[in-house]
Design a protein around this ligand. Structure first.
Ligand SMILES: *Cc1c(COP(=O)(O)O)cnc(C)c1O
Length: 399
C-alpha cells in the first residue's frame, strides 16, 4: 500500500479558550493601546512582560510588534549604526539580516556547521578580520551552539551577543534558558512560532541601560513608569531626551491572548518533543540520510525537523522533494537556487552583499526541513517519516 499524508504543515492549533475569553474582555472594554488604562488598572501588555521576565529569569522584559522589530530594537539599543559590521549566521531567516539592514549596518555572515549551528572557528576569524563588536546569534530551527564556548569567545573578544530565539522560546542550554546567555534575548510570537498572537515580539535583558533604551525606542513616550518589568524611572532621566521613538509597541489584545499560552508553554514543549522523537525514531538508520545530533547540554523545542542528504547532487534532492510532495509531505529545501515561501538563502540577500561560504554551501545543498505543528500526532509523524524513508530510499538506490 502506498501511504499518503493529508495533514497541513501550516495549520496551528486554535487559540486556547481562556485566551479567547481574555481577548474578548479587552475588546469589550476597548482599551487596546498599552498605555490606555483605567485608574488602578495594569495593562495586559505590562502583565505579559512581567510574566515572561519571570519565565526566562530575566530582570527586564519588553513586548513589541514583531520578532524582527525586537531584533532591530536590540541592535539600536546597543548603538549599532550605519556602516557598522554585525556578525550573524549565514544559515538563518531573512528577518535577521533584514534587522541589520534596517539600521544601515552591514551583515558579516558566519559559516554553519553540520550540526546547523554557527561555526565558532569561522566566527573567531571574522571577529579578527572585521573588528565587529556585535553578534546577532540566530538559534535557527532551534539548534543551539555550544553556548559556553561561544560566550567565552565573544566575551574574550569584547563582542556583545544578541540572541535571536524565534525558534528557541522555552529551550535551554546547560540549564540556562535560551535568550539568557547574551546581553539581550529576542523572541517572536508570530503564528508559526511557540506562542501565537499573529504578530508580536519580546525582548529580555538584565541590563538596565539597554532595556530603558529599548523601551523608549519601542514608543513608550514618557509613560515608561507604567511598565512593570522595567528599570526604575531614574534610569530613563537623561535617556529620554536622547533616544528616538521608533514606534513598535505591542497592544493589549495580543498580550491578552499570549498570557494563557505562556502558562501552558512547558506542556506544549513536551508535546513538540514527542513529535520530534517520533520523526527521529522513524528516520533512524535510513541509508543516505543523516539526522542532526542533539547535544547533551541542549534542551530543545522540536517544533521543526531537519535532516541532511549530505553530498547528494541537486537533481536527486529535488527528486526526493517532489516524490515526498506527491505523497503529501512538504519538505523545504535550503539549497534551492531561488527563494520560495519563507525559505531563502544567504546568497539571495543581495542587499547584504554576501561573499560565498563554502562550508555553508555544502550543508545547505543537502538540508531539508519540515514543520511539526501541534495539530500533528506522533502517529502522523511516524507516517511522515515512513514516506520520507521510502522516497529517500528509492532515490538513493537509483543513484
Ligand atoms: C520568525 C523569525 C524571526 C522574526 O520574527 P517575526 O515575528 O516574523 O518578525 C526572526 N528570526 C527567525 C529565525 C525567525 O524564524
Amino acid at each position: 500500500m502506498r501511504e499518503t499524508f493529508t495533514g497541513s504543515f501550516t495549520q496551528q492549533e486554535p487559540i486556547p479558550e481562556e485566551a479567547i475569553e481574555a481577548a474578548v474582555r479587552v475588546l469589550r472594554h476597548g482599551r487596546l493601546h498599552r498605555y490606555n488604562t483605567a485608574p488602578g488598572e495594569v495593562a495586559e501588555t505590562a502583565l505579559l512582560e512581567e510574566e515572561f521576565a519571570a519565565f526566562t529569569g530575566a530582570r527586564y522584559c519588553l513586548a513589541v510588534a514583531s520578532g524582527g522589530y525586537a531584533l532591530g530594537c536590540a541592535l539600536r539599543a546597543l548603538g549599532v549604526g550605519p556602516g557598522d559590521a554585525v556578525l550573524t549566521n549565514a544559515f538563518t531567516l531573512a528577518p535577521v539580516p533584514g534587522a541589520i539592514a534596517s539600521l544601515g549596518a552591514r551583515s558579516v555572515f558566519v559559516e554553519v556547521t553540520e550540526g546547523l549551528t554557527i561555526d565558532p572557528d569561522h566566527l573567531a576569524r571574522r571577529i579578527a578580520e572585521t573588528g565587529a563588536r556585535v553578534l546577532l546569534l540566530s538559534h535557527m530551527r532551534g539548534h543551539i551552539c555550544d553556548m559556553d564556548r561561544l560566550m567565552a569567545l565573544c566575551d574574550g573578544a569584547g563582542v556583545r551577543v544578541v540572541e535571536d530565539c524565534a525558534h528557541t522560546m522555552g529551550a535551554e542550554w546547560g540549564g540556562v534558558p535560551s535568550g539568557r546567555h547574551g546581553v539581550i534575548g529576542c523572541y517572536s510570537t508570530q503564528t508559526y512560532k511557540h506562542m501565537n498572537s499573529g504578530e508580536g515580539g519580546l525582548l529580555v535583558s538584565d541590563d538596565a541601560d539597554l532595556m530603558a533604551r529599548a523601551i523608549l525606542l519601542s514608543g513608550s513616550y514618557m509613560l515608561y513608569d507604567r511598565h512593570r518589568a522595567a528599570p526604575p524611572p531614574e534610569v530613563f532621566e537623561t535617556l529620554r531626551y536622547e533616544v528616538p521613538n521608533v514606534s513598535g509597541r505591542m497592544d493589549n489584545l495580543r498580550a491578552a491572548i499570549l498570557r494563557p499560552q505562556l502558562r501552558i508553554l512547558p506542556e506544549q514543549v513536551a508535546r513538540w518533543n514527542r513529535l520530534y522523537r517520533a520523526m527521529e525514531d522513524g528516520l533512524a538508520e535510513t541509508p543516505g540520510l543523516r539526522l542532526i545530533p542533539r547535544p547533551e547540554a541542549e534542551r530543545y523545542v522540536g517544533s521543526s525537523f531537519q535532516f541532511l542528504l549530505r553530498g547528494w547532487p541537486a537533481a536527486r534532492v529535488r527528486e526526493v522533494v517532489a516524490r515526498c510532495a506527491a505523497r503529501g509531505v512538504e519538505l523545504k529545501w535550503f539549497g534551492a537556487a531561488e527563494p520560495a515561501g519563507f525559505t531563502s538563502k544567504y546568497d539571495q540577500w543581495r542587499y547584504a552583499d554576501p561573499a560565498p561560504l563554502a562550508r555553508t554551501e555544502a550543508v545547505l545543498a543537502g538540508l531539508l526541513d519540515l514543520r511539526l505543528p501541534l495539530t500533528f500526532s506522533p502517529e502522523d509523524c511516524a507516517l511522515i517519516a515512513r514516506i520520507i524513508r521510502a522516497e529517500v530510499g528509492a532515490v538513493h538506490q537509483a543513484g
